[in-house]
Design a protein. Structure first.
Length: 507
């Protein structure tokens, strides 16, 4: 199989200082837990288990109570690790960054009304560049831009959003660049919660939460308002493949100019923003998602346009998987979890339970090396409790991503299988319907369950059609394959805080 990647703009060199800045505040992620009297810290995505030294435990207790990071190098190294693993999130101060340090770049093509609304929200920004990506009526775009006091740059050939952003990036002369799509509607103070993050010299980019500009009136608008692919949710996080926030959209993104380098991959018409933030993360720059900053967005709510866009998103999977191997798979499961579910599917639930129990025991043994407990004695309560939650709970919870993988990628194979094998019909139907129903319970959208489930399945079908199309065009099956691995923890290693292990199972 062969995929041509095309040229990719080089990013700026990674940050030199790998320590968290002194004076930074930290807050624990809602999923983080201190155990064993404060000597064991669990959290992050994927889950990490960290045994703290006495000094490390004191630092963490102080940070959790509001004490900022000291200038002690070991404390700063531990703080960086907690930030990078998602166990903690920064509480940056006000900082010295302001609107004068930011150039706003707005790529546009043929959307004069949307552009006018976007620019109206940028009236207080001293530097705004509108990049006309070969509109049918460039004079109309120029009138809107000049009327708002923005600089206008014209591209003679349409190059897509990545190329248009790069044109604006090359013209920017400020330390920060904010990319806003023309259908964004910035409100007052839209930068206030984003700019303080750049007090961390290792931060390459930060993104706000994308929310609907107006309440939805149709069933599709209400669904999109509750479940847009641009909305990464209400929890902050570090952005990288495999984390709880695996990507952020380029619709609204503030980037450190030196980190951006030459910018986006111009050969990609969709998925170029995901590729950009993943390359930032791979080069050492940190990317963060800050949901307390909200950017209003004019969502697509007409069925044909909405469905076509979902399909377009799916076509990027093959290219992204080629550029970032293993990052774009429909399902990530440990070998223990896969075996347990296969046994259950074969009508042997007792065997599945036994496999899960064995996985819990193996994981408890590994965890005991971190918690310092004697295994397999029952007194190793922390190790056994963690193993049961991570291995046992993870196996049960894997049903949700498994069902999503079927509806989002594998339905062209699963549907004929269900028709041919009668006993598979109800299990497959249950797996497919469970994730959208759980989503409805989590989100409580202004939409009844039946229509929400139907919209979610339609969303998945559109995306999967794009995935299969992209795979066919690029002659690869990698985005269709699950990624399996043994449930394990990385080999323990000494560090300034003690010993860390990371769960290898993302289920």
């Amino acid at each position: 199989m062969m995929i041509t990647a095309g040229p990719v703009g080089a990013l700026g060199p990674g940050p030199e200082d790998e320590l968290a800045p002194a004076g930074l505040g930290l807050r624990p992620d809602p999923g983080s837990r201190l155990m064993a009297g404060g000597t064991v810290l669990v959290g992050g995505s994927p889950v990490r288990v960290l045994r703290l030294t006495p000094s490390g435990a004191r630092h963490v207790a102080g940070w959790w109570s509001g004490t900022p990071v000291s200038d002690n190098p070991r404390a700063r190294a531990l703080a960086r690790r907690l930030l990078d693993t998602g166990i903690a999130h920064p509480e940056p101060g006000g900082g010295s960054w302001g609107p004068g340090d930011v150039t706003v770049v707005v790529p546009v093509r043929d959307r004069q009304a949307e552009l006018a609304r976007c620019l109206a929200g940028l009236a207080d920004m001293p530097r705004v560049i509108v990049v006309d990506d070969s509109s049918a009526d460039p004079a109309a775009i120029a009138r809107v831009a000049s009327g708002a006091g923005a600089q206008i740059l014209h591209r003679s050939v349409n190059g897509g959003p990545g190329a248009a952003r790069n044109t604006g990036l090359a013209a920017a002369d400020t330390p920060l660049v904010a990319f806003l799509d023309s259908d964004c509607v910035p409100g007052p103070g839209w930068l206030d919660a984003l700019l303080p993050h750049f007090a961390d010299p290792a931060l390459g980019a930060v993104a706000p939460r994308i929310v609907p500009d107006e309440p939805g009136h149709t069933w599709l608008a209400r669904y999109e308002g509750a479940s847009s692919t641009l909305d990464m949710g209400a929890r902050a996080g570090i952005v990288r493949p495999g984390s709880r926030v695996p990507y952020v959209p380029g619709a609204a993104l503030v980037v450190r100019r030196v980190a951006a380098g030459a910018g986006f991959a111009e050969t990609m018409r969709v998925g170029e923003d995901v590729d950009f933030v993943w390359r930032l993360a791979a080069s050492g720059w940190r990317v963060r998602y800050e949901p307390t900053a909200a950017m209003r967005h004019q969502h697509r709510v007409r069925l044909r346009e909405w469905f076509g866009r979902r399909k377009d998103y799916g076509t990027s999977a093959a290219t992204l998987e080629f550029r970032h191997p293993g990052a774009v798979r429909p399902l990530y499961l440990s070998a223990w979890t896969a075996l347990a579910w296969l046994a259950a599917a074969a009508g042997r639930p007792a065997a599945g339970a036994a496999i899960t129990g064995a996985g819990v025991a193996v994981l408890a043994r590994r965890l005991a090396q971190v918690t310092g407990e004697d295994w397999p004695r029952p007194t190793a309560r922390t190790a056994w409790s963690l193993a049961a939650r991570l291995a046992g709970g993870g196996t049960v919870a894997a049903g949700r991503p498994l069902g999503s993988a079927i509806s989002r990628t594998w339905w062209p194979v699963a549907l004929p299988a269900a028709v041919a094998v009668r006993r598979m019909r109800w299990p497959l139907a249950a797996l497919v319907l469970t994730p959208p129903l759980l989503d409805w319970l989590d989100r409580r959208p202004p939409l009844d369950p039946a229509r929400y489930v139907a919209a979610r399945l339609l969303d998945d079908i559109g995306y999967s059609l794009g995935v299969w199309q992209g795979c066919a065009e690029r002659r690869t099956v990698r985005p269709l394959l699950p990624k399996l691995g043994s449930r394990h923890l990385d080999t323990p290693r000494a560090n300034s805080a003690g010993t860390m292990m990371s769960s290898g199972d993302r289920s």
